[in-house]
Ligand binder design. Structure first.
Ligand SMILES: O=C(CO)[C@@H](O)[C@H](O)[C@H](O)[C@H](O)COP(=O)(O)O
Ligand SMILES: [Zn+2]
Length: 194
């Protein structure tokens, strides 16, 4: 049983090590960081969505931006589209689960905003519909996925495909990337070194 535990730590570590050695992936994180910095400087906002553990990630990232990450500074606008049970149950009941995020993007997204879709398979229908509506409304689209990228890969303006096929390991890398993006944004806009 000890090895069972150790094996999972090892797998998580190996995914992170592969990311560290992948210069293209590091550049992609920085490119998205710069895009989000520009988005905030223009006065636009970030909308985030995911299912299950990725819904928690969406809320986690929005929390860092609206509250604070490392230090006290003005709030940054970010909305997780996974939190309002009245909206979610109404859309799910009246239109269908696949329209959960697209309907909210239709309501709250404006040109220049960014939609971040998080999905380990890259194939969750409500994220795919969200990406389509986001594009139609002039939002910039970012995806966080697993190795294959699924259908999201060709639908997103920017897509980071974490080099793993295991949902929990992919999620662990997604939240690392989310944290890095929050730190880059906070430092670039409000840090003393800038
Ligand atoms: O957290 C986990 C597994 O670690 C699950 O709740 C997982 O997020 C759910 O099965 C999701 O429905 C998976 O969707 P996706 O990542 O393929 O979009
Ligand atoms: Zn999980």
């Amino acid at each position: 049983m000890k090895n069972f535990v150790k094996n999972q730590i090892k797998k998580s570590y190996e995914v992170k090590k592969n990311m560290l050695d992948n210069e293209k992936l590091i550049d992609e994180i920085l490119e998205i960081g710069n895009l989000l910095i520009e988005t905030y400087k223009k006065g636009n906002k970030l909308l985030i969505a995911g299912n299950g553990g990725s819904a928690a990630d969406a809320q986690h990232i929005a929390g860092e931006l609206v509250s604070k990450f490392y230090f006290d500074r003005p709030a940054l606008p970010a909305i997780a589209l996974t939190t309002d049970t009245s909206i979610i149950t109404a859309i799910g009941n009246d239109y269908g689960y696949e329209y959960l995020f697209s309907r909210q993007i239709e309501a709250n997204g404006v040109k220049g905003d960014v939609f971040l879709g998080i999905s380990t398979s890259g194939n969750s229908k409500n994220i795919i519909e969200g990406l389509k509506t986001a594009k139609e409304k002039g939002l910039i689209t970012i995806g966080l996925t697993g190795e294959s990228g699924g259908k999201m890969k060709n639908l997103c303006d920017y897509c980071i495909c974490v080099p793993s096929r295991e949902t929990p390991r992919i999620q662990e890398a997604h939240i690392l990337i989310g944290h890095i993006l929050c730190s880059v944004i906070e430092e670039a806009i409000f840090g003393k070194g800038f």
